[in-house]
Design a protein. Sequence first.
Length: 180
Amino acid sequence: MSESEFKYKVSIITVTYNAGKLLQNTIDSIKNQSYKNIEYIIVDGKSKDNTLDIIEENRKFITNFISEKDKGIYDAMNKGLNLATGDYVWFINAGDEIFDSNTLEKVLKNSDGADAYYGDVLYINEKKENLGTRTLKKPPKELTWKNFINGMVVSHQSIIIKREKCVNYNPEYKFCADSD
C-alpha cells in the first residue's frame, strides 16, 4: 500500500491489567499490520506483573501509554478514547489478536468513510484451537439498546468506529456499558 492509501488514522486502544502472559501476542498482531497509519494506545490499570516490562520493550511502537489505577475496564476504555486522535477507534485488548496481518488494510483500502466496520470474531483457547466464530448474521438497520436484550450483538474487538461517533462508556455498568 502506498502512503496515500493510508488516508485514515486508526487509534488502536489496548486495555491491560496484569496481562503479561497475553500482551506480547496482542502487540505483535498490531505491529504486524500492513496498514501503517496507526496510533497505538495502551491503558494499563497499574499492573503488578511483567505487563509494564512488555510495554517498555515495545515503547518505540506505542504512541501513548498510561499506567494508573482505574475503576474497571470501562473507565480504562474511556481513558483510551480520551487519548485517541485517529479518524477511527478500535479496541484490541490484552489477549485479543488481529487474525491476519492484512486485516486493517482490507477494511480500509477501499473504504467509503463509513461510521463503522464490523467483522467476525474467532474464539480460540490457549492452545490456539478454534472454539467457534461469532458472526452477526443479519445486522439491524439501526443499532439501539433493544438489540442487546438477548446478549451482546457486536464484540468490541470486531468493530472499528469513527472516533467522532464514539461516546464514553458508563463505568457504573459491569456488562454492556455502552447501553443506556
